[in-house]
Design a protein around this ligand. Structure first.
Ligand code: R5P
Length: 292
């Protein structure tokens, strides 16, 4: 097995190689003077399984393009199989045509991967309107979840905690994590009255007063969703408020926005490399790669 990366997730790729006793050989990726992509394998992949480890953040477009070029090149060089490990799989949120004429990006992304890789392993993909990866992938597509690792982290580092999912879809993280450690959880229902007037309501009311509130979501992008939930928790008397995301995209001024909304700390997994990473997902991927 040869483990490689197009640049993102290099830390996970190196750990995987060490744990699986496999060769780690990152790709050379550059641009020709006119901007065309240049890509090169730096070891002989003929007859080997190539495991391409690449999260789709930062630079989702480039990541997708690099992955397709790398997979096609590996096959062309005689690789036996190409497995993509994408700890964060981008493009999943555009899972329907919200407005006439829009591209359903998740389908296009999946079509490109279906044609170029043999297997996909990903962690907590954004499954909202799709209930399973099978709805868009024809290749074996394995969904892993960081929930048990997140639950373990919470148990070790917090006390008097209550878990909140900031919107309806987040129940698959908030409620599942809470069950692992037997703490109370609820999800919020958001009603938008205008661009400046949003009201959030708990689906099952839980006591917030003097509690350590942990707001859990799959993705923290601009931070807006969690900031709204944090403001509500603050109003209800939370002692401390933490934001916990599987995928910390943390774009624009997300950290600043969260801080201003009363968030005391941000914790993420290393699905996307970021200084807020506290939870290592490598063990999940090791187990998945061991299963043939
Ligand atoms: C959306 O459905 C996701 O689960 C997240 O809630 C969302 O992507 C977070 O985005 P932002 O941080 O920009 O509010």
């Amino acid at each position: 097995m040869i483990i490689t990366t197009c640049g993102n997730s290099a830390q996970i790729a190196q750990k995987l190689a060490k744990k699986l006793n496999a060769k780690f050989s990152p790709l050379t990726i550059a641009s020709f003077p006119d901007g065309d992509l240049y890509l090169k394998f730096n070891c002989d992949v003929k007859g080997h399984e190539v495991v391409l480890v690449q999260s789709f953040q930062p630079h989702p477009d480039q990541s997708l393009f690099d992955v397709v070029f790398a997979a096609e090149t590996a096959k062309d060089l005689g690789a036996k199989k190409v497995t993509l490990v994408a700890p964060y799989l981008g493009y999943m949120r555009q899972d329907k045509r919200f407005n006439a004429g829009e591209c359903i990006s998740s389908r296009v992304m999946a079509k490109l991967l279906n044609n170029s890789i043999d297997k996909l392993i990903t962690i907590d993909p954004h499954l909202h309107r799709y209930k399973s990866l099978k709805e868009i992938f024809k290749i074996p597509a394995i969904k892993l979840s960081a929930n048990p690792l997140i639950a373990e982290y919470i148990k070790k580092h917090f006390s008097k905690e209550v878990i909140i999912g900031p919107d309806w879809e987040s129940f698959q993280w908030a409620e599942d994590i809470a069950k692992h450690i037997n703490v109370q959880a609820t999800v919020l229902k958001k009603t938008r009255f205008s661009s400046r007037h949003v009201e959030v309501k708990m689906i099952h009311p839980v006591i917030i007063q003097d509690r350590n509130v942990i707001i859990v979501d799959d993705i923290i992008s601009t931070g807006h969703t969690i900031a709204e939930a944090a403001k509500d928790a603050k109003k209800k008397g939370a002692k401390n408020i933490y934001a916990l995301g599987v995928h910390g995209l943390l774009v624009e001024n997300a950290l600043d926005k969260l801080r201003k909304a009363g968030v005391n700390g941000v914790v993420t997994t290393n699905c996307i490399e970021h200084p807020s990473n506290r939870i290592d997902v490598t063990p999940l991927i090791v187990e998945a790669l061991k299963k043939r």
